[in-house]
Design a protein around this ligand. Structure first.
Ligand code: F6R
Length: 622
């Protein structure tokens, strides 16, 4: 949420900032702005709305202006208007910054700063931080009366004083008019990395805004800052202790973040699932011996085998993948397992006994609630694994060990390929733990062989694009939908409903099909679409019964069934088929037509599926 990018080098800053903001726009699109350091002045351009609006108000590119900072906002404090847009300048006019995160104690600090004579223009928490830095810089003294160092060290010192006063989260890029040869970045709780090129530096919230300029980067940890100058860069903590950072190779490539002929990233990412899953599974499966090799946790597996209880924690789509994981751990590894919303787990007083394994699932690796749940679990002594996509992300670094999804960047706000890869990783983990406990080689071999065949089967579902689009067209004007499934397909029903509501703004509910009769069946009206996942499985007959209950009350059924199932036809107003597979692996297939249905319904209703209303990707606020 919120994207920041900053450039310090020899090239014109403006186009680099603009391109970077476009790449980061999925993180927020309420307002945008840039500050350019030109002729010893800050030139600031900001506007409400999308980056396209910002582009319209930017001046002609000045090749001599080679330092600047930019921001695309997902509003938290203050409405998304131009005044509240970043960058924010302090009351002295000397400090300018962009911020991703939340300053929790901004109210107290604001009152105090106003008493000290600072003026405010916006409603944001960020301006409080700008003024706090400006205040310490102007005063050259901290609250204890300690004097500031001289020269540009004073700028760095003022940033440290301010950051030590705030509670909350930040990814920051900061400039000071008196020190035009210095740029400072700092991080706590929100992502920030520094791309290091030849005589140039790019700060950004993620690698997509850096990769065009360099493939070398450092990832900041919490409470760390970087000072960049023409002499190089230094990294330290906000308490002024020097830290050594390792230079890392950025693992994404430019084509992975381009649309490459697709209309939307979501469409591209749905279509990428076969290839993404192949990469996710590649080299990790030994069908012959019925074993799984997961490099990141291999040396822990012996200990993990003794796990007494698994807690899966995540948010949103990743939480739905977690429910599939729960069923897999129970079924294949016979380990008691439960799934927790990270946002709830973090504030409870959870019981985490010895032998509890916590697995945090997150595409971005930056979700604030999931991070807090990890801290909570670690404090209670649990071993915490991460199932994460973004390499080097905070969750990847905070967990004891983990398994990467290896599916390349997911840019569409609605998560698609991450879900299937999360389920695939949890399946591999459950099989391997199962093998080390009681799962027979035969059973594991069968599952792994079938898992390897899933990408080809997804391709067959993608081929039904036109038919699925027609079903979306026929139902897109219905404002209430139900998604119903049982067993392994119950979490898929939840995910199908989430996909539809977040991008098409149609109200949708996902339920275990058998729960209908305990209340929700009252919702059924004539022509209300009810999407049933009714593939061949142990509860097939039961779900047919549930379909009949809905049809008897006038509901319209869109049925996801197994290829070749003739018996289901009379029960379906619309039929979509998926290839047959083992029950445990069905979510990897059944979710795909639901993603496609949601995508088409949203496009047909005229929505921008990659930038849904009120949403943003990578939820770095609570
Ligand atoms: C829905 C969606 C969200 C995310 C959730 C967790 O399509 O994308 O529900 O799944 O915000 O995000 P990560 O996986 O990045 O922790």
């Amino acid at each position: 949420m919120c994207g920041i990018v900053a450039y310090f080098g020899k090239k014109a800053a403006q186009p680099i900032l603009l391109e970077g903001l476009k790449r980061l726009e999925y993180r927020g699109y309420d307002s945008a702005g840039v500050a350019l350091l030109k002729d010893n002045q800050f030139e600031i351009y900001k506007t409400s709305g999308r980056i396209a609006n910002l582009e319209e108000i930017l001046p002609e590119v000045d090749q001599q202006t080679t330092i600047g900072i930019g921001h695309t906002r997902w509003a938290t404090h203050g409405e998304p208007n131009t005044i509240n847009a970043h960058p924010h300048v302090d009351y002295t006019g000397k400090i300018v910054l962009v911020h991703n995160g939340i300053i929790e104690n901004y109210g107290t600090l604001k009152k105090w700063l106003i008493k000290e004579g600072c003026q405010f223009k916006s409603d944001t928490d960020t301006e409080v931080l700008a003024n706090l830095i400006g205040y310490f810089y102007a005063r050259s003294q901290n609250r204890n009366g300690d004097a500031a160092p001289k020269g540009c060290d004073r700028f760095e010192w003022a940033v440290q004083q301010a950051l030590n006063e705030i509670y909350g989260t930040y990814g920051l890029a900061i400039l000071c008019l008196d020190c035009p040869g210095v740029m400072i970045g700092a991080k706590k709780g929100s992502p920030l990395m520094l791309g290091i090129g030849k005589n140039e530096y790019v700060f950004a919230s993620d690698a997509s805004a850096i990769i065009e300029h360099t493939s070398q980067a450092i990832y900041l940890s919490d409470n760390e800052m970087v000072c960049v100058s023409n002499e190089g860069f230094t990294t330290k903590t906000i308490t002024n202790k020097t830290v050594e950072k390792e230079l890392k190779e950025i693992e994404i490539s430019l084509d992975q973040i381009e649309l490459e002929g697709f209309d939307h990233y979501m469409q591209k990412e749905i279509a990428e699932q076969p290839e993404a899953l192949r990469t996710c599974l590649n080299g990790r499966i030994d069908v012959k011996n019925g074993r799984v090799i997961l490099g990141g946790i291999q040396n822990m597996l012996r200990d993990l085998t003794r796990t007494k209880r698994v807690i899966l924690t995540a948010c949103g789509t990743a939480w739905h993948a977690g429910i599939v994981g729960e069923f897999l751990f129970e079924q294949l590894a016979r380990i008691p397992c439960e799934v927790e919303y990270a946002s709830e787990f973090r504030y409870r007083n959870p019981i985490v006994e010895e032998g509890t394994l916590v697995i945090a699932i997150s595409q971005s690796g930056e979700t604030a609630d999931t991070l807090a749940a990890i801290e909570q679990a670690k404090e209670r002594g649990a071993t915490v694994l991460g199932v994460v996509n973004v390499v080097g992300s905070t969750i990847a670094r905070t967990t004891d060990a983990g398994v990467y999804l290896r599916i390349g960047p997911e840019i569409g706000v609605a998560s698609t390929k991450a879900f299937t890869a999360q389920v695939a990783v949890l399946t591999m983990l459950a099989i391997e733990l199962g093998r080390r406990r009681h799962l027979s080689a035969d059973a594991a071999q069968g599952l792994l062989k079938e898992l390897m065949g899933i990408p080809n089967k997804i391709e067959k579902i993608l081929d039904q694009n036109d038919a699925i689009k027609a079903i979306a067209q026929a139902n897109m004007n219905k404002e209430n939908w139900l998604f119903l499934g049982r067993g392994f397909n119950y979490p898929v029903a939840l995910e199908g409903a989430l996909k539809l509501k977040e991008i098409s703004y149609i109200h949708a509910e996902g339920l275990p099909a058998a729960e209908m009769k305990h209340g929700p069946i009252a919702l059924i009206t004539d022509y209300m679409p009810a999407v049933f996942i009714a593939t061949k499985c142990s509860q097939y007959e039961k779900i047919i019964g549930n379909i009949q209950e809905v049809r008897a009350r006038g509901g319209r059924t869109i049925v996801i069934a197994t290829e070749g199932d003739e018996d289901i036809k009379p029960h379906a107003d619309h039929l979509i088929t998926v290839p047959d597979t083992m029950e445990e692996l069905q979510p990897l297939l059944t979710v795909v037509p639901l993603q496609m249905l949601a995508y088409h319904a949203a496009v047909l209703r005229g929505h921008d599926v990659d930038k849904p209303r009120n949403l943003a990707k990578s939820v770095t606020v609570e």
